[in-house]
Design a binder for this molecule. Structure first.
Ligand SMILES: [Zn+2]
Length: 237
Protein backbone atom coordinates (compact mmCIF):
# COMPACT_ATOMS: atom_id res chain seq x y z
CA UNK A 1 0.00 0.00 0.00
CA UNK A 2 1.33 3.45 -0.79
CA UNK A 3 2.60 5.61 2.05
CA UNK A 4 0.17 8.49 1.52
CA UNK A 5 -2.78 6.15 1.71
CA UNK A 6 -1.44 4.42 4.79
CA UNK A 7 -1.05 7.77 6.54
CA UNK A 8 -4.54 8.83 5.47
CA UNK A 9 -6.01 5.66 6.96
CA UNK A 10 -4.11 6.41 10.15
CA UNK A 11 -5.35 10.01 10.27
CA UNK A 12 -8.93 8.87 9.63
CA UNK A 13 -8.59 6.38 12.49
CA UNK A 14 -7.27 9.12 14.81
CA UNK A 15 -10.21 11.41 13.90
CA UNK A 16 -12.61 8.57 14.57
CA UNK A 17 -11.10 8.01 18.02
CA UNK A 18 -11.36 11.72 18.77
CA UNK A 19 -15.01 11.93 17.66
CA UNK A 20 -15.86 8.88 19.75
CA UNK A 21 -15.02 10.89 22.88
CA UNK A 22 -17.54 13.67 22.20
CA UNK A 23 -20.67 11.70 23.17
CA UNK A 24 -18.96 10.68 26.41
CA UNK A 25 -18.50 14.35 27.34
CA UNK A 26 -22.05 15.21 26.28
CA UNK A 27 -23.43 12.31 28.28
CA UNK A 28 -21.60 13.46 31.40
CA UNK A 29 -22.89 16.99 30.94
CA UNK A 30 -26.45 15.81 30.18
CA UNK A 31 -26.90 14.14 33.58
CA UNK A 32 -25.65 17.25 35.33
CA UNK A 33 -27.74 19.61 33.17
CA UNK A 34 -30.86 17.57 33.90
CA UNK A 35 -30.31 17.85 37.66
CA UNK A 36 -29.68 21.60 37.42
CA UNK A 37 -32.85 22.03 35.36
CA UNK A 38 -34.87 20.09 37.96
CA UNK A 39 -33.52 22.35 40.71
CA UNK A 40 -34.31 25.49 38.68
CA UNK A 41 -37.91 24.31 38.23
CA UNK A 42 -38.26 23.78 41.99
CA UNK A 43 -36.74 27.19 42.70
CA UNK A 44 -39.31 28.78 40.41
CA UNK A 45 -42.16 26.86 42.10
CA UNK A 46 -40.89 28.11 45.46
CA UNK A 47 -40.95 31.73 44.27
CA UNK A 48 -44.50 31.21 43.05
CA UNK A 49 -45.59 29.73 46.40
CA UNK A 50 -44.02 32.69 48.18
CA UNK A 51 -45.93 35.14 45.99
CA UNK A 52 -49.22 33.28 46.57
CA UNK A 53 -48.59 33.25 50.31
CA UNK A 54 -47.97 37.00 50.34
CA UNK A 55 -51.24 37.51 48.47
CA UNK A 56 -53.09 35.30 50.99
CA UNK A 57 -51.61 37.30 53.88
CA UNK A 58 -52.76 40.54 52.26
CA UNK A 59 -56.24 39.07 51.85
CA UNK A 60 -56.27 38.09 55.54
CA UNK A 61 -55.28 41.67 56.48
CA UNK A 62 -58.11 43.03 54.31
CA UNK A 63 -60.61 40.73 56.02
CA UNK A 64 -59.32 41.72 59.46
CA UNK A 65 -59.82 45.38 58.58
CA UNK A 66 -63.34 44.57 57.40
CA UNK A 67 -64.09 42.86 60.75
CA UNK A 68 -62.79 45.88 62.65
CA UNK A 69 -64.85 48.27 60.54
CA UNK A 70 -68.03 46.22 60.96
CA UNK A 71 -67.47 45.92 64.70
CA UNK A 72 -67.15 49.69 64.87
CA UNK A 73 -70.38 50.08 62.89
CA UNK A 74 -72.20 47.70 65.25
CA UNK A 75 -70.90 49.66 68.23
CA UNK A 76 -72.22 52.89 66.68
CA UNK A 77 -75.60 51.30 65.96
CA UNK A 78 -75.90 49.99 69.52
CA UNK A 79 -75.08 53.47 70.82
CA UNK A 80 -77.68 55.13 68.60
CA UNK A 81 -80.40 52.68 69.67
CA UNK A 82 -79.41 53.16 73.31
CA UNK A 83 -79.48 56.97 72.88
CA UNK A 84 -83.06 56.64 71.70
CA UNK A 85 -84.55 56.70 68.23
CA UNK A 86 -87.84 56.15 66.46
CA UNK A 87 -89.17 52.63 65.81
CA UNK A 88 -88.66 53.11 62.11
CA UNK A 89 -85.05 54.14 62.67
CA UNK A 90 -84.52 51.22 65.02
CA UNK A 91 -85.74 48.77 62.36
CA UNK A 92 -83.39 50.24 59.75
CA UNK A 93 -80.49 50.12 62.23
CA UNK A 94 -81.32 46.52 63.09
CA UNK A 95 -81.16 45.56 59.42
CA UNK A 96 -77.80 47.37 59.14
CA UNK A 97 -76.53 45.51 62.20
CA UNK A 98 -77.52 42.16 60.71
CA UNK A 99 -75.65 43.06 57.55
CA UNK A 100 -72.52 43.92 59.56
CA UNK A 101 -72.74 40.63 61.46
CA UNK A 102 -73.13 38.77 58.17
CA UNK A 103 -70.00 40.48 56.79
CA UNK A 104 -68.01 39.66 59.93
CA UNK A 105 -69.05 36.01 59.63
CA UNK A 106 -68.02 35.93 56.01
CA UNK A 107 -64.65 37.61 56.77
CA UNK A 108 -63.93 35.08 59.53
CA UNK A 109 -64.71 32.22 57.18
CA UNK A 110 -62.39 33.74 54.59
CA UNK A 111 -59.57 34.11 57.14
CA UNK A 112 -60.01 30.48 58.15
CA UNK A 113 -59.91 29.35 54.54
CA UNK A 114 -56.85 31.50 53.75
CA UNK A 115 -55.00 30.22 56.81
CA UNK A 116 -55.64 26.65 55.68
CA UNK A 117 -54.34 27.60 52.25
CA UNK A 118 -51.18 29.07 53.80
CA UNK A 119 -50.66 25.95 55.90
CA UNK A 120 -50.87 23.83 52.74
CA UNK A 121 -48.40 26.13 51.00
CA UNK A 122 -45.99 25.91 53.93
CA UNK A 123 -46.15 22.13 53.87
CA UNK A 124 -45.55 22.10 50.13
CA UNK A 125 -42.63 24.49 50.51
CA UNK A 126 -41.09 22.27 53.18
CA UNK A 127 -41.36 19.32 50.82
CA UNK A 128 -39.77 21.33 47.98
CA UNK A 129 -36.95 22.48 50.27
CA UNK A 130 -36.21 18.85 51.04
CA UNK A 131 -36.16 18.01 47.33
CA UNK A 132 -33.91 20.99 46.58
CA UNK A 133 -31.47 19.92 49.29
CA UNK A 134 -31.32 16.41 47.83
CA UNK A 135 -30.81 17.78 44.33
CA UNK A 136 -28.08 20.13 45.51
CA UNK A 137 -26.16 17.26 46.99
CA UNK A 138 -26.68 15.20 43.79
CA UNK A 139 -25.50 18.15 41.70
CA UNK A 140 -22.41 18.55 43.84
CA UNK A 141 -21.57 14.87 43.55
CA UNK A 142 -22.28 14.79 39.84
CA UNK A 143 -20.24 17.96 39.28
CA UNK A 144 -17.10 16.56 40.84
CA UNK A 145 -17.63 13.19 39.16
CA UNK A 146 -18.33 14.80 35.79
CA UNK A 147 -15.40 17.18 35.98
CA UNK A 148 -13.02 14.30 36.79
CA UNK A 149 -14.47 12.25 33.94
CA UNK A 150 -14.41 15.19 31.52
CA UNK A 151 -10.81 16.00 32.50
CA UNK A 152 -9.85 12.41 31.76
CA UNK A 153 -11.63 12.50 28.40
CA UNK A 154 -9.97 15.82 27.55
CA UNK A 155 -6.58 14.37 28.39
CA UNK A 156 -7.28 11.49 26.03
CA UNK A 157 -8.40 13.98 23.40
CA UNK A 158 -5.20 15.99 23.78
CA UNK A 159 -3.14 12.83 23.35
CA UNK A 160 -5.10 12.05 20.20
CA UNK A 161 -4.60 15.59 18.86
CA UNK A 162 -0.86 15.34 19.51
CA UNK A 163 -0.77 12.02 17.66
CA UNK A 164 -2.64 13.61 14.75
CA UNK A 165 -0.34 16.65 14.63
CA UNK A 166 2.69 14.37 14.53
CA UNK A 167 1.12 12.35 11.75
CA UNK A 168 0.14 15.44 9.73
CA UNK A 169 3.65 16.89 9.97
CA UNK A 170 5.06 13.98 8.04
CA UNK A 171 2.37 14.08 5.36
CA UNK A 172 1.83 15.79 2.05
CA UNK A 173 -0.24 18.87 3.00
CA UNK A 174 -2.22 18.76 -0.25
CA UNK A 175 -3.44 15.28 0.58
CA UNK A 176 -4.37 16.37 4.08
CA UNK A 177 -6.44 19.31 2.86
CA UNK A 178 -8.07 17.02 0.27
CA UNK A 179 -8.99 14.64 3.09
CA UNK A 180 -10.27 17.46 5.35
CA UNK A 181 -12.54 18.65 2.54
CA UNK A 182 -14.11 15.20 2.22
CA UNK A 183 -14.35 14.90 5.99
CA UNK A 184 -16.53 18.00 6.15
CA UNK A 185 -19.44 16.01 4.75
CA UNK A 186 -18.38 12.36 5.06
CA UNK A 187 -17.23 12.70 8.72
CA UNK A 188 -15.89 9.37 9.93
CA UNK A 189 -16.51 7.57 6.67
CA UNK A 190 -14.12 9.75 4.64
CA UNK A 191 -11.61 6.94 4.12
CA UNK A 192 -13.31 3.59 3.63
CA UNK A 193 -12.26 0.10 2.58
CA UNK A 194 -13.74 -1.61 -0.44
CA UNK A 195 -16.11 -4.38 0.51
CA UNK A 196 -17.33 -6.99 -2.02
CA UNK A 197 -16.17 -4.72 -4.85
CA UNK A 198 -18.33 -1.87 -3.57
CA UNK A 199 -17.42 1.43 -1.91
CA UNK A 200 -17.55 1.04 1.89
CA UNK A 201 -19.17 4.47 2.19
CA UNK A 202 -21.99 4.57 -0.37
CA UNK A 203 -22.07 0.81 -1.05
CA UNK A 204 -22.31 1.30 -4.81
CA UNK A 205 -20.42 -1.27 -6.86
CA UNK A 206 -17.12 -0.06 -8.31
CA UNK A 207 -16.22 -0.60 -11.95
CA UNK A 208 -13.27 -2.74 -13.10
CA UNK A 209 -11.07 0.28 -13.90
CA UNK A 210 -11.33 1.61 -10.37
CA UNK A 211 -10.83 -1.84 -8.87
CA UNK A 212 -7.73 -2.54 -10.93
CA UNK A 213 -6.30 0.89 -10.04
CA UNK A 214 -6.81 0.02 -6.39
CA UNK A 215 -5.20 -3.39 -6.78
CA UNK A 216 -2.18 -1.98 -8.63
CA UNK A 217 0.66 -2.15 -6.09
CA UNK A 218 2.67 0.48 -7.97
CA UNK A 219 -0.13 3.02 -7.91
CA UNK A 220 0.83 5.89 -5.60
CA UNK A 221 -2.33 7.96 -6.31
CA UNK A 222 -5.16 8.37 -3.85
CA UNK A 223 -8.27 6.76 -5.33
CA UNK A 224 -11.73 8.15 -4.69
CA UNK A 225 -15.11 6.51 -5.21
CA UNK A 226 -16.52 7.76 -8.53
CA UNK A 227 -20.02 7.70 -7.03
CA UNK A 228 -19.61 9.55 -3.72
CA UNK A 229 -16.07 10.94 -3.71
CA UNK A 230 -14.83 9.18 -0.56
CA UNK A 231 -11.24 7.96 -0.43
CA UNK A 232 -11.28 4.20 -0.97
CA UNK A 233 -8.72 1.44 -0.44
CA UNK A 234 -8.44 -2.32 -0.38
CA UNK A 235 -8.04 -3.54 3.19
CA UNK A 236 -5.43 -6.05 4.33
CA UNK A 237 -3.14 -5.16 1.51
ZN1 LIG B 1 -18.82 5.69 -2.65
Amino acid sequence: MNKNLQQLIEIAQIDKESDALIPAIQEKRATLDKLIEQKDTLDRTKTLIDEERQEANLAIARNETSIQENNQKIENITKRIKDGCSDREARTLSIEEDLCKEQIKHANQEIERLNKEIDAKNAREKDIDKQIKELESSIKGEQSQASTAIDEIKKKQQAIFAKKDKCIDSMDQKIISFYEKIRKWAKNTSVVPVSRNACGGCFIRLNDNVLSALEDKNNTDITTCPHCGRIIYIAND
